[in-house]
Design a protein around this ligand. Structure first.
Ligand SMILES: [Zn+2]
Ligand SMILES: [Zn+2]
Length: 336
C-alpha cells in the first residue's frame, strides 16, 4: 500500500528505542522517543515538528540534548509531548546549560511542551529569547485520547503502566492521496510543490467546485499557471486509498488491564512497533521490570488484529539469540 508516512526505527533492536516517521513530499517528520539519535542526520532532525516521548527513562530521553543542539539558533518551533512530570524533566535538562548569550541570536527557537495526564493536557512554552526559563503561565485543555489532530492525520495516545505512566502511541492517516503520473503527463502538468498544496486542500475537504490554480516555474522562464475546478482535477489525477495506521508500544507491564488498554489503542494497525525485551521463560524478570515478553507482544498484536509486527528494545542478555525473541513473538502472533 502506498502511503504518505514512512516510519523507520532509528537504531537496531538492542540499542535505544525510537521511531522516525517522515512525510512523503514534505520536509517534515514526527519522532517517537528521544533515545540515542546518532542514527539520524542533522537534516533529519531539522524536519521534526513534533516529538512524543513515551517516558523519561534515560534510554528514551538522552537524545533531547542532540535535538536541541541541532535546533538552537534557528527560527524553529518544536512541540514535545510526554507523560506526567515531563515539565520537570525538560526543565532539568534546560537548566543544565548556561544561556547568557542566546538573546543575541537572530533566530529564536521555541520549545512547546505538553504533559499528558489521564484527562488533561497541560502545555508550557520555553523561549530561547527568555533563556528557556520556566514560563509563569500554562495552558490546560481536556484530553480524550487525541494528542494532535491535523487534516491529514490524527495522533492518539494512551497512558500505560510501566510502574510510571508511559505513553502508547498511534498515528492514524485520514486517507492517502496518490498522484497518477500518467494522468498528470496527459494534462501536460509537471510535478512540483503545487502537489503538496493540492493534497492539503483535498485533505481539508474543501469545496470541490472551487477553482484550484496550478503554478510552476521552469528554469529561466516566468511562472506559469493553469486554473482547474478542484473536483475535476482531483478526479483526473488523484487516487484516494484508505489511510495507514502506525502504532508504537515501548516499555509497558504485561498486566491484563495494561494489555487490554494497549490492544484498544493499536487495534487494526497496519504496522505495530512493539517492545519485546524478554523471552517468556524469563517472565519473572519481565514482570519485575514492568516490561513485556516476546510472547506477550505477539499475542497482543494478534488480538489487536494488526497486519505487520516489528519488534525492538531487546534486552542485552539475548545478544546472541535475537532470533529466539523473533520466533517466540511471531509464533504467538500467527497462532490462530
Ligand atoms: Zn522504561
Ligand atoms: Zn526502555
Amino acid at each position: 500500500m502506498r502511503t504518505s508516512f514512512h516510519p523507520r526505527l532509528i537504531n537496531d533492536p538492542f540499542s535505544d528505542p525510537g521511531l522516525f516517521i517522515s512525510f512523503l513530499y514534505e520536509k517534515r517528520a514526527l519522532l517517537f522517543d528521544l533515545g540515542d539519535l546518532h542514527g539520524l542526520s542533522p537534516r533529519d532532525l531539522m524536519k521534526v515538528s513534533h516529538v512524543f516521548v513515551t517516558h523519561a527513562h534515560m534510554d528514551h530521553f538522552i537524545g533531547f540534548d542532540s535535538l536541541l543542539r541541532v535546533l538552537l539558533g534557528r527560527e524553529k518551533k518544536i512541540h514535545l509531548f510526554g507523560p506526567p512530570e515531563f515539565f520537570a524533566r525538560v526543565e532539568g535538562k534546560l537548566a543544565g546549560y548556561t544561556w547568557n548569550l542566546v538573546q543575541e541570536y537572530e533566530y529564536r527557537l521555541s520549545v512547546k511542551v505538553t504533559e499528558v495526564w489521564p484527562q488533561r493536557l497541560k502545555t508550557r512554552i520555553y523561549l530561547c529569547g527568555e533563556r528557556f526559563a520556566p514560563p509563569e503561565t500554562e495552558e490546560e485543555e481536556p484530553f480524550q485520547g487525541t494528542l494532535l489532530q491535523e487534516p491529514s492525520f490524527r495522533l492518539e495516545g494512551a497512558l500505560l503502566d510501566h510502574r510510571i505512566p508511559c505513553l502508547g502511541l498511534a498515528l492514524n492517516e485520514s486517507f492517502s492521496i496518490n498522484i497518477d503520473k500518467q494522468a498528470l503527463n496527459a494534462l501536460n502538468l509537471p510535478v512540483g510543490p503545487w502537489l503538496t498544496r493540492f493534497k492539503k486542500v483535498l485533505h481539508e475537504q474543501q469545496d470541490a467546485r472551487r477553482p484550484f490554480v496550478v503554478s510552476w516555474k521552469q528554469r529561466g522562464e516566468d511562472e506559469k499557471t493553469r486554473t482547474f475546478v478542484l473536483g475535476e482535477l482531483a478526479q483526473r489525477i488523484a487516487r484516494v486509498s484508505p489511510g495507514q495506521k502506525i502504532a508504537y508500544l515501548s516499555d509497558m507491564a504485561g498486566s491484563p488491564e495494561n494489555l487490554e488498554k494497549a490492544e484498544n489503542l493499536v487495534r487494526h494497525a497496519d504496522s505495530l512497533y512493539i517492545e519485546a525485551p524478554f523471552l517468556e521463560r524469563d517472565r519473572e524478570i519481565a514482570n519485575k521490570k514492568y516490561h513485556l515478553t516476546a510472547k506477550q507482544a505477539g499475542t497482543l498484536a494478534r488480538k489487536a488484529e494488526v497486519k505487520r509486527l516489528i519488534l525492538f528494545h531487546f534486552s542485552p542478555r539475548y545478544t546472541d539469540v535475537a532470533e529466539e525473541l523473533e520466533k517466540e513473538a511471531m509464533e504467538a502472533f500467527q497462532n490462530q
